[in-house]
Design a binder for this molecule. Structure first.
Ligand code: SF4
Ligand code: SF4
Length: 233
């Protein structure tokens, strides 16, 4: 079976045996049998740690879970500094958790009901694979956009019954945050954990409205002056 890999210097074609069902096994085969210089991220090898995410044919995938098909093209994640070949530096993307203050702001005692746990059970499953971040088209035009996984985490903590005051976190996501999202759903489509960051962002918009915020894009639109019935300008 043939696959191509976007390596640091060039796109390289490799032949791997059909008995290498997952992409990660194919990458290890190449490294051990063909070219030891091939570099990629991997850790648990079982879909738990989120380390081995790459792009396959333009779509984000966990290499350990993806079943290889003939002619697949493999690239590193987008919007990450490439250290070498498929190995990327995730520290800049990870800094969005700090930027968005994605944690409990001021906790108080609260009864945690099963219902409350259910509300954010999915979001708590995030493995920080950065697939949603790489898939988001907004980061191509605004590198300062907080991005989907951090916003999902803000939603997770702002709805936690132990949160006494979510306002600082809601304040932190007004600029380069929830209103910059186009609601395209790419993040939701690629998440290996079944998390829906797009929905979480919509919920955060609703919470923001309760704190007195409104969509800045909408408020800056002009609807025409007196005598102008031409609609949007
Ligand atoms: S829904 Fe929003 S956060 Fe998700 S990929 Fe689209 S623009 Fe990015
Ligand atoms: S939300 Fe999903 S795609 Fe995004 S980092 Fe978490 S697990 Fe990965």
């Amino acid at each position: 079976m043939q696959l191509t890999i976007q390596r640091t210097e060039a796109i390289v074609t490799y032949e791997v045996p059909f008995q290498t069902p997952t992409l990660l096994q194919a990458l290890y085969h190449i490294k051990q049998q063909i070219d030891p210089s091939l570099t990629f991220n991997s850790n648990c090898r079982s879909g738990v740690c989120g380390t081995c995410s790459v792009r396959v044919n333009g779509r984000e995938q966990l290499a350990c879970a993806y079943r290889l098909t003939e002619g697949d093209h493999i690239e590193p994640l987008r919007y990450h500094a490439v250290e070498r070949d498929l190995k990327v530096d995730k520290s800049e993307a990870r800094a969005t958790l700090q930027q968005s203050q994605a944690w409990l702001q001021s906790s108080h005692d609260a009864v945690i009901t099963k219902q409350a746990v259910k509300l954010t059970e999915k979001q708590s499953d995030c493995i920080l694979c950065d697939s949603c971040y790489s898939a988001c088209p907004v980061l191509a035009v605004n590198p300062n956009f907080i991005g989907p996984f951090a916003l999902t985490r803000v939603y997770r903590y702002s709805t936690d019954p132990r949160e006494a005051d979510a306002k600082p976190a809601i304040d932190a996501i007004q600029t380069n945050g929830i209103w910059d999202c186009t609601l395209c759903g790419e993040c939701t489509a690629v998440c290996p954990q079944g998390i829906d960051p797009k929905m979480d962002i919509m919920m955060l918009r609703s919470t923001s409205a309760q704190f007195g915020y409104s969509d800045p894009n909408f408020s800056s639109m002009s609807f025409g002056g007196f005598g102008d019935f031409g609609g949007f300008q």
